[in-house]
Ligand binder design. Structure first.
Ligand code: DGT
Ligand code: CA
Ligand code: CA
Ligand code: ZN
Length: 569
């Protein structure tokens, strides 16, 4: 992505956030947010473009184009500078705490004289909220919890950020003549949902050229012949370890982790009078090297099947590998279609035509468009718009070999009902239903709400079931056991939302759901053509939940999928 696009996307986002804090028109703030996403994902470079050329970017109207053109000419946006002077420093940071809206953030900043999140945490812990109008007895707990969620998300980075950085570095290191092997290991290879630091492993006789090349990617923290650590511009640490090709398999096994999995495999080694380390598998008595070149050899000599990295969390995978019962996990290439995507009719940034063309490039057999339903008022959906989209989609059917499915993403109301009546819903090929409001309902009510949605014969998939946003919003309180039983009983699939901001259903719930008989849909929830590429994160999450293709409805051929979508036998 061009860096000017990224810079402008950042400024537009800031402008939208400041508009919200000052209590401006919410639709206007929304437009700026949408434009920010669109500019960020725009494939051309915006540098030097004038208003007319800028307006060709989806979601960029005259006044936003004028601001971008102003930035192109002067390097600043006057309206933004103006808003910056009106809002006390730090308020924008405070609004990042989940559950603290703009109004309350502003109030707290003024009343408590705090300008960053650490100071807020301290003030709240010191009981300074007491007696502050508008902050009840539960506020203290809620704000501290919000800060906790925020911190968890900010000490670690999202998968897409880590993967992009890791791939750039690995690809570069691979171009060096000295590099014999190179890949990323650690939590990234395991598709953990967020990444603490990136671990890159390489094999070479002479490590120096690799370390030198690697050091140019960031500030060097430590450097030596076997390990160099750097910090990148995104404040992400990356470790490079270079080993001899002979030790590749043992090193890859060790540095992929997880630590708990390594402990478990080392215990197996001890029982067999062996010793396992990052250098190889040795005879415990004679210290003689037995195997080290490939991971497969290491596992085999331990009497284990090779364990896919996503399963290496010591959640029973070592025992399963000893019994020879490692499942054939679902892979990205098993996916035959995408069942949750948006267009610019609601909050997507690409047109129906562009989304379909991009999806066709993925080689899918079928593709569903599921724009938001009317009760998410911000999106201004109407019956007429939805029907017109359907008509256009049917026209486009002749232009692609994919089967196009017309769908929607419904809103599950607090009582479990959804946007339209049975008749209107019957016109859709597929309905995703999601919770988008009233996240704070008591657990029993929330559970009833989900169960009622599952019982709706027109609801096929529950979208992003916990509604969490990594680092931004915690999961809703719901009885998952009850939800899983209801989904299984009614033939309602649970989504594994592949957006790296969500990864929802989280992997720790997936196995329990599968054991209850639930089926899943791995969906991109794409809001742009680029987002259609989210699928690897969803597949990785599904693998962490031990899912096979049979568990995932969008690996199935169209006919089997259609039978599932009929729901009522
Ligand atoms: P992260 O970075 O927090 O997302 O998670 P990981 O799993 O990438 O952890 P990291 O970077 O500390 O270490 C990478 C792998 O190296 C880890 O999964 C297992 C291995 N490892 C590192 N330090 C130790 C250790 O002290 N003991 C054992 N058994 N393994 C270690
Ligand atoms: Ca790591
Ligand atoms: Ca590390
Ligand atoms: Zn949604």
């Amino acid at each position: 992505m061009a860096s000017a696009n990224e810079a402008v996307a950042g400024l537009l986002t800031e402008y939208a956030e400041l508009l919200q804090i000052t209590g401006g028109d919410p639709f206007r703030a929304r437009n700026y947010q949408k434009a920010a996403r669109s500019v960020g994902g725009w494939s051309g470079d915006i540098t030097g473009l004038d208003v007319k050329a800028l307006k060709a970017i989806p979601g960029v109207g005259t006044s936003i184009a004028a601001k971008i053109a102003e930035y192109n000419e002067t390097g600043t946006i006057a309206a933004l500078e103006d808003l910056r002077t009106k809002i006390p420093a730090g308020v924008r940071d405070l609004t990042k705490v989940p559950g603290l809206g703009p109004k309350r953030a502003l109030l707290l900043s003024q009343q408590l004289d705090v300008h960053d999140i650490d100071a807020l945490a301290e003030a709240v812990r010191a009981g300074k909220l007491d007696g502050l109008p508008g902050f009840g007895p539960k506020s203290e707990e809620r704000i501290l919890h919000g800060i906790e969620v925020y911190r968890q998300g900010h000490d670690r980075v999202l998968l897409d950020v880590a993967l992009r950085i890791a791939t750039t570095m690995v690809d570069h290191l691979k171009t060096l003549q000295e590099t014999q092997r190179c890949t990323y290991a650690g939590s990234l290879r395991r598709w953990r949902e967020t990444i603490g630091d990136v671990d890159i492993l390489a094999a070479a006789e002479d490590s120096k050229p690799l370390m030198d090349a690697f050091s140019t990617f960031g500030d060097v923290i430590v450097s030596g012949p076997t390990k160099t650590s750097i910090r990148t511009g995104n404040n992400l640490q990356v470790d490079l370890r270079v080993v001899k090709l002979d030790a590749w398999g043992a090193a890859l096994q060790y540095f992929t982790g997880s630590q708990a999995h390594n402990v478990a495999t080392r215990q197996i080694a001890v029982r067999k009078k062996l010793k396992l380390s990052e250098y190889g598998l040795f005879d415990a008595e004679t210290d003689e090297l037995i195997v080290s070149r490939t991971e497969e050899e290491v596992y085999e000599r331990l009497g284990l099947r090779w364990v896919p990295p996503a399963m290496r969390e010591d959640r029973g995978e070592v025992e399963a590998a000893a019994r020879g019962e490692i499942p054939q996990l679902v892979r990205v290439k098993d996916l035959n279609g995408d069942l949750h995507t948006h267009t610019n009719l609601t909050d997507g940034v690409a047109s129906l035509e562009d989304m379909i063309a991009a999806a066709a490039g993925k080689g899918y057999e079928y593709y569903a468009v599921t724009d938001h339903a009317p009760n998410l008022v911000m999106q201004r959906m109407t019956d007429e718009k939805m029907l017109a989209q359907r008509e256009r989609l049917r026209e486009l059917a002749g232009t692609t070999s994919m089967t196009l499915l017309h769908g929607t993403e419904l809103n599950i109301a607090p009582d479990g009902s959804v946007d339209w009546d049975e008749d209107f819903l019957a016109g859709f090929d597929v309905c995703v239903a999601s919770v988008h409001s009233h996240f704070d309902q008591p657990r029993a009510e929330m559970t009833r709400r989900f169960i009622r949605a599952c019982e709706n014969p027109r609801v096929h998939i529950i979208g992003h079931p916990t509604t969490r946003r990594l680092g931004k919003r915690g999961p809703v309180e719901v009885d998952f056991g009850e939800l899983f039983r209801a989904a299984a009983r009614t033939g309602t699939a649970l989504e594994i939302n592949a957006s790296p901001q969500r990864l929802d259903l989280p992997s720790e719930h997936i196995r329990a759901a599968r054991d209850a008989g639930v089926k899943f849909a791995i969906n991109s929830d794409a809001h742009s053509t680029v987002n259609l590429g989210n699928m690897p994160y969803g597949a990785g999450t599904a693998q962490r939940g031990w899912l096979t293709p049979d568990d995932v409805i969008n690996t199935w051929p169209l006919e089997r999928l259609r039978a599932f979508l009929r729901k009522i036998p």
